[in-house]
Design a protein around this ligand. Structure first.
Ligand code: NAD
Length: 461
């Protein structure tokens, strides 16, 4: 049984039966036998079902947000925003999946030398895909995979994180109410064991969102087969503040990028570099912003920072802060677990940091941030690229050429100019280095769920 615990109260919400080897193979077989029929479904019918799904998310946003907030500790206003913003992603996929599935003609017989030869490409689904997901944005990271997968004719075995199972089960309910056949989207409940079991079966693709460590373990298993593998992993995303910006407004924007969702975003700002000319004003304004964040009950509409979703992360943050302190870091605010029920960590700002500190080199995934002084753009670029990760990076400057010059030298899948911590359905989402492989979102992200078939043919003479 899986215990679902409310991270804000530490109370047991419920216990769920987990999947075992037998139930997982049964689910795999059910999905396999339904998928061939699903790929024959007219595209308009698939679009109709996903439109129903989108509309139901809007209609049920309040209830779904409450479930998510209770099991993950996400502040309820942020949970609701995530659910409502997911509908824009779903709409993007509905608007674009037909283009991805459209045949490409390479040679028309009329244009061929012999007037009879043709060549074209069709795009077919991968089959049954395994989607092993994270808890921090279950709607965003889940829908990036299962919506385009379903639209392009795949069946999905969906394993929500063990820290977001009630949300995963709610998503399945909404799918079924939307007229999706049960076998095309099947939740699998459990933790690492359930994920490992899913990988035993010859799925057509493995789509994983989670930590580098688990991604590495999955890659080791999957690489022995020739299966499509997508890994959306962690990051240590930098933001660089140039000397030509207003320190106060920039500090407020960057603090939001670092602390939104209690710092538990894959693209949260995790390191800040500030030009020495405005360093002091920026730090002062940043700390003031953080001091103003309302920490508390995630079900309170005004709460901005809730508990961490996972208790173990408290220790990781504690160690990062302690490591910084012993190496000369200055803790300007926070630095400790909070003296209250729930997995709360004080919003924490550390300065006088360097790259030999964990806080500047390892993913924090919580409400702590290190701010480092730099003397020029060259130093900033060097610092920003000094990481095995490559998910996102941001630059704040009034000068577009300066921003362009810096960001083209940064090794990450996404870059931001005067903004941060953003994802758009229209743009490809990908990580470099230890941040993963493969693409979701954008048209390229829909293409991740199909494979080409090359057709050579000849008209009868
Ligand atoms: P996690 O790696 O602990 O777990 C992710 C999923 O993998 C869960 O469903 C878990 O049950 C499963 N799992 C665990 N061990 C497994 C194994 N050996 N085999 C198969 N499955 C296994 O990660 P998490 O704590 O859920 O998520 C946080 C991490 O996710 C952070 O590092 C964050 O940056 C990253 N993330 C990345 C993106 C992105 O788009 N790049 C988005 C969200 C989160």
């Amino acid at each position: 049984m899986l215990k679902v615990v409310n991270p804000a109260t530490e109370e047991l919400i419920t216990e769920l039966e987990t999947d075992d080897s037998r139930s997982i193979i049964e689910k795999y077989n059910r999905a396999m036998s339904a998928q061939l029929e699903w790929m024959e479904r007219p595209l308009d019918d698939r679009a109709r079902i996903m439109t129903n799904f989108k509309d139901a998310l809007t209609a049920e946003a309040d209830t779904l947000a409450r479930t998510q907030s209770e099991e993950t500790g996400k502040p309820i206003s942020q949970a609701r925003s995530e659910i409502l913003a997911t509908t824009a992603r779903v709409q993007f996929f509905i608007d674009h999946f037909r283009d991805v599935l459209a045949d490409d003609v390479a040679v028309e017989p009329a244009a061929a030398e012999d007037g009879r030869t043709g060549e074209h490409i069709t795009y077919e689904p991968l089959g049954v895909v395994a989607n092993i997901s994270a808890w921090n944005y279950p709607y965003f990271v889940g829908s990036n995979v299962f919506v385009p997968a379903i639209l392009t004719g795949n069946a999905v075995l969906y394993k929500p994180s063990e820290f977001a199972c009630l949300t995963g089960m709610s998503i399945a309910e909404v799918m079924y109410q939307s007229d999706l056949p049960d076998e095309i989207f099947i939740p699998i409940i459990g933790g690492a064991f359930a994920g490992q079991e899913m990988l035993k079966w010859p799925v057509g693709g493995v789509f994983f969102t989670g930590s580098y460590r688990t991604g590495r373990a999955i890659a080791d298993i999957v690489s022995r087969r020739f299966t499509r593998l997508q890994l959306e992993l962690g990051g240590k995303d930098p933001a660089y503040i140039c000397d030509d910006v207003d320190p106060a407004t920039t500090a407020a924007a960057v603090a939001d990028g670092a602390f939104y969702n209690t710092g538990q975003s894959c693209c949260a700002v995790e390191r800040v570099y500030v030009h020495e000319k405005i360093y002091d004003q920026f730090v002062e304004a940043f700390v003031e912003t953080v001091r103003g964040f309302q920490v508390g009950d995630p079900l309170d509409e005004n709460t901005y920072i809730g508990p961490l979703s996972r208790k173990e992360q408290l220790m990781v943050l504690k160690q990062q802060v302690e490591d910084a302190r012993t190496k000369g870091g200055k803790i300007l605010i926070g630095g400790n677990t909070m003296n209250r029920r729930g997995y709360y960590f004080e919003p924490t700002v550390v300065t006088d940091v360097s790259h030999d500190m964990k806080i500047m080199s390892e993913e924090s995934f919580g409400p702590v941030i290190g701010i480092q002084r730099v003397s020029d753009d060259r130093e900033a670029i060097r610092m920003m690229n000094d990481t095995p990760y490559g998910l996102t990076a941001g630059v704040f400057t009034k000068d577009p050429d300066r921003a362009h010059g810096i960001l083209t030298k940064i090794n990450s899948g996404t870059v931001y100019w005067n903004c941060c911590d953003r994802v758009s359905p229209r743009l490809p989402w990908s990580g470099r280095g230890d941040s993963g492989i493969g693409v979701t979102l954008g048209e390229e992200g829909i293409r991740s769920f199909v494979r080409p078939k090359a057709w050579h043919w000849r008209l009868p003479g």
